[in-house]
Design a protein around this ligand. Sequence first.
Ligand code: X2N
Ligand code: HEM
Length: 523
Amino acid sequence: MAMLSRGSFVDFVPSGHIVLAGLAAFIVVSIVLNVLSQILFRDPNRPPVVFHWIPVFGSAVSYGMDPYKFFEENRKKFGDVYTFVLLGRTMTVALGPQGNDFVLNAKLSDVSAEDAYHDLTTPVFGNGVIYDCPNHRLMEQKKFAKSALTVPAFRTYVPIIIEEVRKYWLKSPQFFGGNPNRASANAHLMTAMPELTIFTASRTLQGKDIRAKFDESFADLYHDLDRGFTPLHFVFPHIPIPATFRRNAAQKKVSDTYMAVIRDRRQRSDFSEFDVINTFLKEAIYKDGVRMTDREIANMQIGILMGGQHTSAATSTWALLHLAADTELREALYREQIEVCGEDLPDLTYENLQNMPLLNYTIRETLRMHPPLHSLMRRVRSDLAIEGTRYVVPKGHYVLAAPGVPMIDSKYFKEPATFRPSRWAEAKNEINLEDSGEVTTVSKGAKSPYLPFGAGRHRCVGEQFAYVQLGTILAMFVREFTWTLPDGSGVPKPDYSSMVTLPSEPTNIIWTRRKVGEKKPVV
Ligand code: X2N
Ligand code: HEM
C-alpha cells in the first residue's frame, strides 16, 4: 500500500475529479461525433445506417430485445438492405427472399461463416471441427454426419425414441413422477422438453453408452456447456465470469468422455449401433486422405448434440404450446394417428410418420412462426457489391440473413400471425413459393420465403432427424394426453435473449391423460 503513494502513477494524476471529467468529456465528444457523422456524412456507396446514439454499442438494445420488430421498423425506413452497429460489429441486413439468397448463397471467397461463429462456438464444441477448420473440412464433416442420418437409421430411431419418452414420462415429476396412474398435472415444458430432447437425441445419435452417461454427471457438464453458448458469449467469448470458466472445463471433460467411449468401442470392436459416432469411426477420412482424429470426432459429437438440442427443444415446446391453445387441431392429429396406425394405436413406425401429413405440417408451421435461429451471419472477406444497388459491403463487416422475416410476412403467408398447419395442404395456391422448391424440403435455392433450415453450403443436415424426433415425440403426446394452457393464458410471446428463440415464461401446460381403454377423440 505504501508503495502506491510514492512514485506510482497516482503521483502524476492531479485529481480523481479531473480524470472523471476527462472521461465524461471523451464520452460526450465521441457521442456527438458519432451522431454528427451519421447526420452529415452519408456515403452513397454504403447501405443506410440505423441511427444510434452510442458508438460501438450501436443498436444492441433494440435488436437484442426484439430482432423482428427491429428488422421491420427499419425495413419501413430503409427498405430491404441496411446496416446497423451491434457491439462493435457492423452488420448489413439483407431481408426478403432476395436477401436470403444474397447472404446464404454468397461466394465462399466473399463471405465466411467461421469468421462469424468461431469465437462463440469453438470454446463450446472444441478444436478442429465445424467453425474451427477451413470450410472444405466442414463440408466433408457434414457429409459424414449426413451419411449417418439415413432412412434405415431413422427406422431404428423411432422405437428408441418411443421407449425414451415412456421412460421419461414415468419418472419425471412433470409427468407421472413414478406413479403410472397419475391422471392429470401441470408440467413445465421448458424443463421437460430440453430433458426429453437430450435423452432421445443422445440415445439415437450417439448410442446407449453415451445415453447412459446422461443419467449421471454428463447432464451437468452439458448444462455448463449450454451456459457458455449465449449471446453474451457471442459478444464477449472469453468474458471472465464463472459461466465461461465452467464452459471451458466442461468442454474438456465432455470431449474426453467421448474419446473414452470411442476407445472402448474400438477395444470391444462393437460398432453395432446405427449412430453418428460409429459412422464417423468408419467413414471420417477426408478426400485428401487425412483422417479425423478421435479428438475431432469427439468434438463433432458435441457440436451436433448442442445444435440439435436447442433447436429441437425450442420447437417441440412451441408446438405443444400451440396445440394446447387449439383443441380442434390436437384432436385432428389424434384422428390422424388412428387413421394411419389403427384404432388400438400400436407403436408408430418411421413409415407411419411419413403418412401423417397433418403432423408434419404442424412441425412445419411451428418452424414458420418460431424458427429457432433468427439471425444467420457471415463475415465479409472481400468487398461485396449488392446487386441492383450501388452499395458495397466492405471487408470486415458482417452480412446478416433473417429467414424468419418473410415467414411472417403477409406477402407470402396469409394471416401470418395465425397458427394454421392446414395452410400447408393448400401450399401451391395459397402461398407464394415461387422459385422455392421448399415444399419438398430439400432445396438448394435460397430465394424462398420459407427457410427455417437455411440454404446454401451451410444448410442444416439435421432437418430429417429433427422431423423424426419431433414427429415421434409430438405423436406420443397426442396419443396419451389432452392438454391446455393454464387458465386465462395464451401462447407465450417469444424471448430473444438466448441463442434460439424460446417461448417466454410461463411455459406450463395442464395435461390430462386420455382414459385408458377409451381412447376416442375428444371432439
Ligand atoms: C446487452 C437485450 O441481448 O438489450 F450449434 F454442429 C452446431 C446463430 C451464432 C446466432 C450467433 C447478440 C442477440 C446480441 C442479442 C453445429 C442446429 C450450429 C444449427 C444485444 C443488452 C450454430 C449471435 C444470435 C448474436 C443473436 C449459428 C446452430 N442447427 N443448431 N444487446 O450460430 O448453426 C450448431 C451448427 C449463431 C447467433 C445476439 C444481443 C452446427 C442483447 C439486451 C441486451 N447470434 N445474437 N444450429 N443483444 N442485448 C448452429 C449455425 C450456428
Ligand atoms: C445448420 C436450423 C436441427 C446440425 C443449420 C442452419 C439453420 C439450422 C438455419 C444454417 C445456419 C447458417 O447458415 O448459419 C435448424 C433447425 C433445426 C435444426 C430449425 C431443428 C428444428 C439440427 C440438428 C442437427 C443440426 C438436429 C444435428 C443432427 C446442423 C449442422 C449445420 C446446421 C451440422 C451446418 C452448419 C454449417 O454448415 O455452418 N441448422 N437446425 N441441426 N445444422 Fe441445424
